[in-house]
Write a protein that binds this ligand. Structure first.
Ligand code: ZN
Length: 635
């Protein structure tokens, strides 16, 4: 490729450009009619509006400090409101709803009254503990909160055209821009919990203001530089850099400059948000110097540290990574937010070219590790996502650190934005789902419609309706799990072969052009690398993007009494009590123990049985009970 040629920049569509039906349509409707409201109810119930609204009595400190008295989850409340506003904004794209809009406006007005003269905006440091702003970026989430409110502001503006929150957040972003930077009179810090980086890129794209992109780049470039900012700020607080609950800066990925980082370490959500921000900066600035780090980090996560569900971060201790191949099932932390963050990161790795390595993982994390976080009725939420449960793990109504509920909600409600990537003369179809989108590609407004029952089956029909005939490349993903595929353009079979997992069709497109892709979607068995101790002698079941699990409610014997032979017959069935989800009936062996003794000298008796597996994301929506992803196997 000509090094001087302008590099492609694939950007996502705004949520309101994609009208989603099919698999995600009913879920978005559920969020629009139920979950979005419930998020506001529960935020307000927790006291968040009392903290934000200066006209209300000050609620004071309600949630005690932890981690060596540096942090209380009450410090994150602005982020919970930010994500709830964002979710509700996406809901308004679906159906304009005056009552929901009024609820958002109530919170926006409170933020308007709260904002300091100079633009500063953080409810905890303005009302609960005033006078300590910017004192502890490492632990106290100030810039993280700003990022989430910015994302909420962009979403609300795009959904309604209302500028108030966007203007509030631009004033705050301008203050942050004046406060942080390379000049001698500026602070050289950066977010302890990354998030603001990717939010500033969204703000820059939405407003066209280059300075927000520049600030995102500054935070990325500055991270982990010496002399270390977190050391200096600890000393400035009158403390010691050694006095840090999590020991070292790997926890917040500030242990070295980002371009020198090669392994995913520390807190999982922080990590993926940071890498998402890095990928955004790489795209916006055509900055190849970030590539070696991003590629190595991606490989380190996906080759050695990713659950089959697309969740990651096995440890509750640091809510993150431990050591390679440490993927325990029953105690997996695998926070919902981490899988959501991985969707963000993966989608941004597609910023410069379609590459199914990233999209396949994005899809796996979306349909499994992330989607499991939301109950089928849209009212309860998983924080951690084990791959085996003995029956006691259930979704929460709410959490003292309620980061996950609005995070999975905003992801699902905005899912259309992850379907496509648009560059100057290329349109990439990353995810398949029934939808209609209005997209400008190669300067021509084009309607793109996908007809499909995906992920129930792998047939997808794409119809293009450009306003005038236009030449561009249409790239269609062939997922890594597809054993085969067929492609036809206007009814004529095509022998196109995938490049980096994408079929790239370059032609002059005309209204009514039709592309049919048929992906072979069969149930499959997956085996884990030998180094994953807990999965040896076990097998996971997969069909298309969906990972399956077995639940006690469908299967009589203890789940570990079943053994599946390699190549066992698997038949598609209808899941009971789970809408129209496809279940799998698998030929199996069941073992019966001769006695109840804890240990016995005689082996169990064996008989033929059938196992029923359901999509992992739907588990714990019926009678509570045990659940298992990795089934016992034998040759
Ligand atoms: Zn979370």
């Amino acid at each position: 490729m000509d090094a001087l040629a302008p590099k492609s920049k694939f950007r996502p569509l705004a949520v309101n450009q994609v009208d989603v039906g099919g698999f995600f349509g009913p879920q978005i409707d559920m969020i629009a009619t139920k979950t979005a409201r419930l998020l506001f109810d529960r935020c307000i119930e927790a006291g968040m509006l009392d903290q934000v609204d200066p006209d209300r009595p000050n609620p004071g400190l309600r949630i005690p400090y932890q981690h060596g008295n540096t942090v209380t989850t009450q410090m994150f409340w602005d982020s919970d409101f930010g994500k709830s506003i964002e979710t509700a904004a996406y809901a308004l794209n679906r159906t304009r709803d005056a009552e929901l809009e009024a609820r958002i406006d109530e919170v926006v007005d409170a933020y308007g009254r709260l904002q300091a003269e100079d633009g500063y905006l953080n409810s905890f440091f303005l009302r609960i503990e005033p006078g300590t702003r910017w004192a502890n970026l490492r632990d106290q989430h100030e810039l993280y909160n700003a990022g989430h409110l910015i994302e909420g502001a962009v979403a609300y503006y795009q959904a309604t055209g209302k500028r108030k929150l966007l203007d509030i957040m631009c004033r705050y972003a301008d203050l942050i821009d004046r406060t942080f930077g390379p000049k001698a009179d500026q602070k050289h810090g950066y977010p302890g919990h990354p998030e603001l980086e990717l939010a500033l890129v969204r703000l820059g794209r939405a407003t066209g203001e280059q300075r927000y992109l520049d600030l995102a780049k500054y935070f990325v470039d500055q991270r982990g530089q010496q002399p270390h900012y977190y050391d200096a700020e600890a000393v400035a607080r009158g403390g010691s850099p050694d006095d840090f609950h999590f020991g070292n800066y790997e926890y917040c990925q500030a242990h070295k400059p980002v371009r020198e980082q090669r392994e995913v370490v520390g807190h999982a959500v922080r990590a993926a948000y940071l890498y998402a921000g890095m990928a955004d900066v790489a795209t916006e600035f055509s900055d190849d110097s970030l590539d070696p780090a991003l590629e190595a980090l991606w490989s380190h996560l996906t080759d050695r540290n990713l659950y089959v569900t697309g969740g990651f971060g096995p440890s509750k201790e640091n809510e993150g990574l431990t050591f390679d191949y440490d993927l325990p099932n029953a105690t997996a932390y695998a926070e919902t937010c981490a899988a959501v963050a991985l969707v963000f990161w993966a989608s941004r790795m597609l910023g410069r070219a379609p590459d199914a390595r990233f999209t396949d993982v994005m899809e796996r994390a979306l349909y499994n590790g992330a989607l499991a976080g939301l109950s089928a009725d849209g009212t309860q939420f998983f924080y951690d996502n084990p791959l085996e449960s003995y029956g006691a793990h259930h979704r929460w109504r709410w959490h003292r650190c309620p980061c996950c509920p609005p995070n999975i909600s905003r992801l699902v409600a905005s899912i259309g934005t992850y379907f496509y990537g648009v560059a100057e003369d290329e349109l990439a179809l990353h995810l398949y789902c029934e939808n209609a989108a209005e997209i400008e590609v190669a300067g021509v407004r084009t309607r793109v419609e996908q007809k499909t029952a995906y992920p129930k089956d792998g047939r997808i029909t794409v119809t293009l309706t450009p306003e005038t005939p236009v030449e561009f490349t249409l790239s269609l993903r062939v997922p890594g799990w597809a054993k085969g595929f067929s492609l036809a353009v206007n009814g004529e079979a095509s022998d196109a072969t995938p490049e980096k997992g994408y079929l790239r069709l370059q032609r002059r497109w005309q209204a009514g052009d039709r592309v049919e892709l048929n992906l072979q979607m069969e149930p499959e068995m997956l085996y884990a690398h030998h180094a994953v101790a807990t999965d040896q002698g076990r097998v996971a079941l997969l069909r298309g993007p969906l990972v399956y699990c077995v639940e006690e409610t469908d299967n009589k014997a203890p789940l570990n009494a079943y053994v599946v032979k390699d190549g066992a017959r698997m038949r598609l069935d209808q899941a009971e009590g789970l809408g129209d989800a496809v279940s799998l009936a698998i030929e199996a062996i069941v073992e019966n123990q001769p006695t109840d003794a804890l240990y016995a000298t005689t082996p169990p008796e064996r008989g033929a049985a059938s196992l029923k597996a359901v999509p992992y994301y739907l588990w714990d929506n019926r009678a509570p009970g045990a659940m298992l992803v990795w089934l016992r196997r034998e040759a």
